[in-house]
Design a protein around this ligand. Structure first.
Ligand code: ATP
Length: 331
């Protein structure tokens, strides 16, 4: 488990001082994939580097597996870092080493015997689907393959935690999907806790269990990804479903605008026809989508209801009874 409590980070001093993190608190549970989403300059890299102390926070507390990282001796910190792997946007591979040599590197540094290293490297290359590339050099690999080597190298010393610093930002959408699939796979197979930073909503939607939104060094929202995405009014919901200008301009005369989030089982009900049949209202669909957030189906419908006011009220009451909490947003 990773816990940041009131972490701040200021680079430089006096007039040159830049505050990168302001009183950041977050908690990553064992075995989950936790995403930190933010725009460029929000402080994401600083935050993730504060976990393994590649950056030392200016204030606050960093706990990893219950250990107070800031109070560790240099030797104890080196040992703690063995339990925390890291992968990077630009892979950071050694170009003069083969794929196998790159994966072996942390094990050589840790003093593993040669035969065990070879065995472990073979196991890892099989895990990331690169068993046939052991003797290739990074220059001979695609971006996705390079990131797989990065992942194998990070996993070599059997860490319990993996930090991912924009690991898919330099990859095309299809390769991104396959690398994210691999991360989800190792998360499930190895019970690895993953903390990742990203500016891509797609990354959050496809693999994150929990998420924190970082803006100007502050966590402005934190929780389960599905809950935040499905709840109108949250930052994540707005980022997922920005109301397009043409829809904002449409108004059905006398209509009540309704935004409905459908999660899990609710997403499989014929909700609009039910409203029409039971209450005699008309539903004018403005926008709708249905997608997956992790393993859960999440849908969103934006529509206007028309009909006698009692019928429309009845329809809204029915939606509330179903636990669908219709929100009526501003037009
Ligand atoms: N070593 C440093 N010295 C001074 N300022 C820094 C340093 N590293 C980062 N900063 C500043 O801290 C703020 C947060 O930077 P950080 O790199 O953590 O953000 P980020 O969200 O990761 O951005 P990006 O997505 O562009 O990498 C920025 O204003 C940046 O200019």
């Amino acid at each position: 488990m990773i816990e940041l409590r009131g972490v701040s980070k200021v680079y430089g001093r006096g007039e040159q001082a830049v505050t990168a993190l302001r009183n950041v608190s977050l908690r990553v549970e064992y075995g989950e994939i936790f995403g930190v989403l933010g725009q460029s300059g929000a402080g994401k890299s600083t935050l993730i580097r504060c976990v393994n102390l590649l950056e030392r926070p200016t204030g606050g507390e960093v706990r990893v597996d219950g250990k107070d990282m800031l109070s560790l001796s240099p030797a104890a910190l080196r040992e703690a870092r063995q339990g925390i792997g890291m992968i990077f946007q630009h892979f950071n591979l050694f170009n003069s080493r083969t794929v196998a040599g790159n994966v072996a590197w942390p094990l050589e540094v840790a003093g593993w015997p040669r035969e065990r290293i070879q065995e472990r490297v073979e196991e890892l290359l099989a895990l990331v689907g690169l068993a046939d590339k052991a003797r290739a050099y990074p220059a001979q690999l695609s971006g996705g393959q390079k990131q797989r080597v990065g992942i194998a190298r990070a996993l070599a010393p059997r860490p319990r935690i993996l930090l991912s610093d924009e690991a898919t930002s330099a990859l095309d959408p299809e390769t991104t999907r396959s690398v994210l699939g691999l991360l989800r796979d190792i998360n499930q197979k190895l019970g690895l806790t993953i903390l990742l930073i990203t500016h891509q909503m797609e990354v959050v939607k496809s693999i994150c269990d929990s998420v924190a939104v970082l803006e100007q060094g502050r966590v402005v929202e934190q929780g389960k990804a599905v809950d935040l995405i499905a709840r109108p009014g949250t930052r994540l919901h707005e980022l997922c479903y920005p109301t397009p200008a043409p829809v904002a301009g449409i108004a059905v005369p006398g209509g009540r605008r309704v935004e409905l989030s459908l999660v899990g089982e609710n997403s499989t009900q014929p909700i609009l026809t039910t409203l029409a049949r039971r209450f005699g209202v008309d539903a004018w669909l403005l926008e709708g989508s249905m997608e997956r957030v992790g393993e859960t189906r999440v849908g969103r419908l934006l529509f206007e209801l028309t009909g006698p006011p009692e019928a429309v009220d009845g329809a809204l009451g029915f939606l509330r009874e179903q636990g669908l909490t219709p929100e009526v947003p501003r037009v």
